[in-house]
Write a protein that binds this ligand. Structure first.
Ligand code: SF4
Ligand code: SF4
Length: 482
C-alpha cells in the first residue's frame, strides 16, 4: 500500500482566549464550500522559519487563519503556485483548501473581499452585575459604588441583547458576567443565564457565557452550578504570591493570592477548568515565568494582557509599561512554555490583545459587536468607558446606536492607523487597544504605544507554536496532519 506523505501540520481548535475585552472579528475571505476547479490559485507573500530540518513553520500575519508547519513535500506544493495556475485532478484538494484557509494560497479575485467582509461571529455583551467588589486592584477603573443590577434591569438587558442580535443577523450571543465581582450576585447569574437560554431557544440563536471573577468567593456549590449551566469561568491571577498581591489586594489590604490559588484548585478538583487572565505590568513582569509554570502544571488556558492605564490607576507609576521589563518578562515566560508546551494552542491569548489565530481588521469588538450594560441598564461601548453610556436597555436596537456613535471611543480598522498600514503583523495585531492608544497619544488613528513590545514578541510567539506542533504531531487531538 502506498504511504501518504505528510505535507502539512495544522493546530486543532484554535480559539481566542477569555479576557475582559470583546472578541475581535475575523476576516471572512474564504468562501464556504469553495470550488477549486477552474479557478486560478496563487501563493501569497509569506513569512517562515526553519524550525527543524525539513520542517518549515509558515505563517501569514496579513491574511488567513493561523499558521502551519510544512514538510518539504508541502513546501514544494506551495511553491508550485508561485505563478498562478489551476489545480490538477491528481492534486490533494484538502491540502490546497487548507493552504487557502491559512492564507498561504489565494484564489485570484478573492483578495478584494478580504477587506470588505468582516465576519461577526457573535454579539458579545458585558453584564455589570454589581459595581461592588471585595478587592481593590491597583489597575481597577471602577469607583466601587454600592450599586447592584436588579433582576428587572438584567432581564431587560438580556431582552435588548437578543433584539440587537436578531436585528443585525447574529447567529450567536455571548454573555460576560462581570462587575465589580459577579460572584457577589451569583443568583442573578443563574437567573439571567436561564432566561437567556429561553430566548436563545425561542429565537434559534446560540448562547455561550463566561463569568469573569477574582475567584476569592468561589465555592464548590457555585462550581457545580456553573457546570450544570454550561458557563465558563475566567479567574484573574497576575503572578505567584507577592506579585499577585501587589496588583490585587483585598479592600482591607491583605493579599489574595492564597485564596485565589485555592479557588483555582477547587475548580479543577470539581472538573471545571478555568481560564486564567494575567494582567502584566512593569511591577509584576519579572514574576511571569513562575506564574506561567504554575498555569502549565495545571494545564489551564490563559491570556497575558498588558496593563492599561486609566484615570484611577495613573498614580501607580511603577506599573507603566517599561518596554525592556515587559519584553524580558514575557520572553522569560515564553522560555517556560518552550520547556513544557501545552497541548492546547496559546495563539489566542499569548500577546496582549493580539489574536494570532485569525486575521482581523479591528483589535476588539468595540463599536461593532459589543454592548456593555451597567448596573442601571445604561449601555456603553467598552467596559473601561462604562460611565460614558451611549444609550440604554429601552432602545429598540442598542447595537445600532453604539455602531453609529461618533463621539466616544473610535475603534478604527487597522488600515486607518498611521504606522500600521505597512506592518507585516497588522491583521494579527490590528494596532492595539484604541483606548490605550488614545490615552497615550490623544489619537485613535495611530499605532499602539506598545508597538515595539508587540513586534519583539510576535516572532517568538509563532516559533513557540511551531515547536508545540512538532512536539504533538502524532497526537490527532492536538495536530491535524494532512
Ligand atoms: S501596533 Fe505595531 S505591531 Fe501592531 S499593527 Fe500597528 S505597527 Fe504593527
Ligand atoms: S477598547 Fe481596549 S479596553 Fe475596550 S474592549 Fe477594546 S481592547 Fe478592551
Amino acid at each position: 500500500m502506498k504511504t501518504r506523505k505528510v505535507k502539512i501540520l495544522v493546530p486543532q481548535n484554535l480559539r481566542l482566549e477569555e479576557n475582559d475585552c470583546a472578541c475581535s472579528t475575523k476576516i471572512a475571505f474564504v468562501p464556504e464550500n469553495q470550488i477549486l476547479q477552474g479557478v486560478l490559485i496563487r501563493a501569497l507573500k509569506l513569512d517562515y522559519q526553519e524550525i527543524y530540518s525539513g520542517y518549515k513553520l509558515v505563517f501569514n500575519p496579513q491574511l488567513g487563519n493561523g499558521l502551519a508547519i510544512l514538510t518539504s513535500t508541502g513546501w514544494n506544493i506551495l511553491n508550485s503556485f508561485s505563478n498562478s495556475r489551476h489545480i490538477t485532478p491528481q492534486e490533494d484538494k484538502e491540502v490546497v483548501k487548507k493552504m487557502i484557509d491559512l492564507g498561504f494560497l489565494a484564489v485570484e479575485n478573492d483578495m478584494q473581499k478580504a477587506e470588505s467582509f468582516p465576519f461577526f461571529a457573535s454579539l458579545s455583551a458585558w453584564l455589570h452585575l454589581t459595581d461592588r467588589c471585595n478587592l481593590r486592584c491597583s489597575y481597577c477603573y471602577l469607583p466601587h459604588v454600592r450599586e447592584d443590577m436588579s433582576s428587572e434591569t438584567g432581564r431587560a438587558a438580556v431582552d435588548a441583547i437578543f433584539r440587537s442580535a436578531l436585528a443585525n443577523g447574529f447567529k450567536q450571543v455571548k454573555l460576560k458576567y462581570a462587575g465589580g465581582e459577579p460572584l457577589l450576585r451569583f443568583s442573578l447569574i443563574e437567573e439571567l443565564y436561564t432566561y437567556a437560554g429561553q430566548l436563545s431557544e425561542a429565537n434559534g440563536i446560540e448562547l455561550e457565557g463566561v463569568v469573569l471573577s477574582n475567584g476569592t468567593l468561589l465555592t464548590a456549590e457555585m462550581i457545580e452550578t456553573l457546570k450544570s449551566l454550561g458557563l465558563r469561568l475566567m479567574i484573574s491571577l497576575d503572578g505567584l504570591g507577592q506579585y499577585h498581591d501587589s496588583h490585587r489586594p483585598y479592600a482591607g489590604g491583605r493579599g489574595t493570592f492564597a485564596d485565589v490559588s485555592e479557588a483555582v484548585d477547587l475548580a479543577l478538583a470539581h472538573g471545571l477548568v478555568p481560564s486564567i487572565s494575567v494582567t502584566v505590568s512593569s511591577r509584576t513582569a519579572e514574576g511571569l515565568p513562575q506564574v506561567m509554570a504554575w498555569i502549565l502544571e495545571r494545564d489551564m488556558p490563559f491570556s497575558l494582557n498588558f496593563y492599561r492605564e486609566n484615570e484611577l490607576s495613573a498614580s501607580h507609576e511603577d506599573m507603566q509599561l517599561d518596554e525592556k521589563k515587559i519584553i524580558n518578562g514575557m520572553l522569560a515566560a515564553f522560555k517556560v512554555i518552550e520547556q513544557n508546551p501545552p497541548r492546547r494552542s496559546f495563539l489566542g491569548g499569548v500577546v496582549d490583545r493580539s489574536n494570532l489565530t485569525a486575521s482581523h481588521t479591528h483589535t476588539c469588538g468595540v463599536g461593532q459587536n459589543y454592548l456593555v450594560f451597567d448596573q442601571n441598564g445604561q449601555v456603553a461601548k467598552c467596559q473601561m468607558q462604562i460611565r460614558k453610556p451611549v444609550t440604554d436597555v429601552h432602545a429598540a436596537d442598542p447595537l445600532a446606536l453604539i455602531r453609529a456613535d461618533q463621539i466616544g471611543i473610535q475603534n478604527l480598522p487597522v488600515l486607518e492607523k498611521e504606522g500600521c498600514k505597512t506592518c507585516e503583523w497588522k491583521h494579527w495585531c490590528a494596532g492595539g487597544c484604541p483606548l490605550t492608544t488614545h490615552r497615550a497619544t490623544g489619537r485613535y488613528d495611530v499605532k499602539s504605544p506598545n508597538c515595539n513590545i508587540y513586534k519583539a514578541l510576535f516572532p517568538e510567539a509563532v516559533r513557540l507554536e511551531g515547536l508545540r506542533l512538532l512536539k504533538y504531531q502524532d497526537d490527532p487531538e492536538v495536530v491535524v496532519k494532512l
